[in-house]
Every structure is written in structure tokens, then in C-alpha cells.
Design a protein around this ligand. Structure first.
Ligand code: FDP
Length: 302
């Protein structure tokens, strides 16, 4: 186990109270994150545990979130993509954060996000132990999408400059007729079966390419218009790029709660099992029909 022992399951009421406190902390920190970005867009601090460049903004956001989330009672562990192992902050739920998802979009001033997954277990946890997942999108406005175990649907909030947040859409579901797609990785590294699948998607006249290079921005396009996002298995990186605990599970959880589907190419992302905190997985999320077709297209490969 990468982190300290958890005290075990909390009762439902106290779990929801803790989830509320974490979401509140994330929403209230979001305007501060935005204000802190000028001046931290380019500077490099080092490498994260996955070997990627860390920007000053990644480190700044991680430290802010550790301070805010770590002080919430009934949070046991704070883990982040920017830290090799979880930080023991008490006893209770485990919180995994990707502080600035898509931070390579900082320099060209494009959209980015903050992703949060709350687990009722030690880390690395299973996708089925998620009790809530959320992401903040720093786009033209700041919004937050939340899925939680005590609600069957997904909620969208707008976050104001004060840190107050209010509901925009109470029951957000994927539109039935998909219209956007976006896939990561270099095309020459896509596997043949995936390339063929993408050609099929592109041959549908109702589908338009939407790829911005920050997973959260691209996933939010899919949640808004319907479609599919993927960061696939690659010939030079069979597990793709995205991390299970910090990215795969939370977006899988959110998209499934919104009436869509998620997959690693074979099964729901929530059923992917990895025993390393920073393990990677191919990620595909979107409308159920598109994910079913993708799994069928990749079936011969697995
Ligand atoms: P980034 O490296 O900018 O943080 O999680 C990492 C991520 O961005 C995702 O947000 C994004 O979908 C993907 O990597 C983009 O990777 P490519 O540069 O390979 O397209």
C-alpha cells in the first residue's frame, strides 16, 4: 500500500459530510488557483512521479489543495499526481487529486482542470470504492462537475470569484445523439484496430473533431454535446498516458453517472485493477453505443 492505513469505512452520513467539505474546499480554492496562474505559466519546477515536467503552477495548486483538503476532519490521506506517495493527514477517506490537469495548456492559455476522486479505502483504491468524483474546469468561466454515491445524476455548478458556487444544471446527462470526438496520443502510435475505429467515427457526418489537449476540457465537450474522448493504448505505451487513480476512475465514474459508459478497451474503467498509485490505463469515455463499438473493434487485440 502506498499510504498509511485507513481507519476503515465511515458511516454514510459522515461520508457525505466529508464529501461536502472536500467539494466546498475545492470550489473555494478554484478562484485562488486562477489568480495564482499569471507568473506561474512557464516556469518548470522539476518532474512529477510519472516523469513529466512540473510547472510552478502544478506545485502551487497541489500545495494549496493539500493545505485545504488536508485540514478537513475525516480525510485520512491526500494523494496527488505531483507527489510520489500519499500524505497522511488524519484518519478517514482517501482523496486523490490531479491539481492541474492539462497544464501544458498553460503556456498557450487554453482550458485546464482540477480533478478530485474521494475513496472509502486505502490507496491505491478500487474504482468501486469511489464515493464522489468531481472536476473543476478553468475555461472562459469556472465550472465544477460533481458525481456522488448518494445521487444518481451529475450536477454542474458555476464557481464565482468569491468561491461561492451555484447549480447550473441539476441532472446533467449525455445527449442521446453524439456529435464530438477527440483522441490523444500521436496518430502514428495508434494501433491498427483503433485507427480503423476512428475512421468509422469520422465517416459519420454528424461527428466533429474536438481535441484541446487537456483531458478535462475534452471530456467536458463530450459531457455537453455527446460523443467520445479517448487516450488510447499506443504502440510505444500500451497503458496510454492517463493515471488510473487520478484520472481514469474519476472520469469513468462521472461519465457513467451521466448515463454514458467508460472503458479501458475491454471493461468499465471502474473495474481496472492496478496496485501502483501512479499506474496508467488507456481511457475511453462517452456515449454507450460508441464505447460498445470501440470494445468490439479492439476485441481481437485482447
Ligand atoms: P498534461 O500532460 O498537459 O497535463 O494528464 C495529462 C494530460 O495533459 C491530459 O490532460 C491530456 O489529455 C493529455 O495529457 C495530453 O497528452 P498529449 O500531449 O500526449 O496529447
Amino acid at each position: 500500500m502506498a499510504t498509511k492505513e485507513n481507519s476503515g469505512s465511515t458511516d454514510a452520513e459522515s461520508t457525505q459530510k466529508t464529501v461536502n467539505a472536500v467539494l466546498d474546499a475545492v470550489a473555494r480554492t478554484a478562484p485562488e488557483v486562477r489568480r495564482g496562474l499569471p507568473g506561474r505559466r512557464i516556469a518548470i519546477e522539476g518532474k512529477n512521479p510519472s516523469g513529466e515536467e512540473q510547472k510552478a503552477a502544478d506545485v502551487y495548486t497541489d500545495e494549496l489543495l493539500l493545505e485545504r483538503i488536508g485540514s478537513i476532519s475525516n480525510v485520512g490521506v491526500y494523494a496527488s499526481e505531483e507527489r510520489a506517495s500519499g500524505v497522511d493527514v488524519g484518519s478517514g477517506l482517501s482523496v486523490c487529486v490531479d491539481p492541474l490537469d492539462g497544464s501544458s495548456n498553460l503556456e498557450p492559455n487554453a482550458a485546464m482542470g482540477t480533478i478530485v476522486a474521494i475513496y472509502d479505502d486505502d490507496l491505491p483504491a478500487s474504482g468501486r470504492d469511489i464515493v464522489a468524483a468531481a472536476y473543476v474546469l478553468y475555461g472562459a468561466t469556472t465550472t465544477m462537475i460533481v458525481a456522488r454515491s448518494n445521487k444518481e445524476t451529475v450536477t454542474e455548478y458555476v464557481i464565482h470569484e468569491s468561491g461561492d458556487y451555484q447549480v447550473v444544471r441539476e441532472e446533467l446527462t449525455l445527449p442521446e445523439n453524439p456529435s464530438v470526438y477527440g483522441f490523444g496520443g500521436r496518430v502514428p502510435h495508434w494501433v491498427e484496430e483503433f485507427e480503423e475505429y476512428v475512421s468509422e467515427v469520422e465517416s459519420d457526418p454528424s461527428m466533429k473533431l474536438r481535441y484541446g489537449g487537456a483531458m478535462i476540457g475534452d471530456v467536458n465537450q463530450v459531457l455537453t454535446y455527446g460523443g467520445i474522448f479517448g487516450y488510447p493504448t499506443l504502440t510505444n505505451a500500451p497503458e496510454g498516458k492517463l493515471r488510473v487513480q487520478f484520472e481514469g476512475y474519476p472520469v469513468g465514474y462521472i461519465l457513467e453517472k451521466a448515463g454514458g459508459a467508460s472503458s479501458d478497451g475491454r471493461k468499465s474503467l471502474l473495474d481496472v485493477e492496478k496496485d501502483d498509485l501512479h499506474a496508467r490505463t488507456p481511457v475511453y469515455v462517452g456515449n454507450e453505443g460508441l464505447i460498445d463499438d470501440l470494445e468490439a473493434a479492439l476485441a481481437d487485440r485482447y
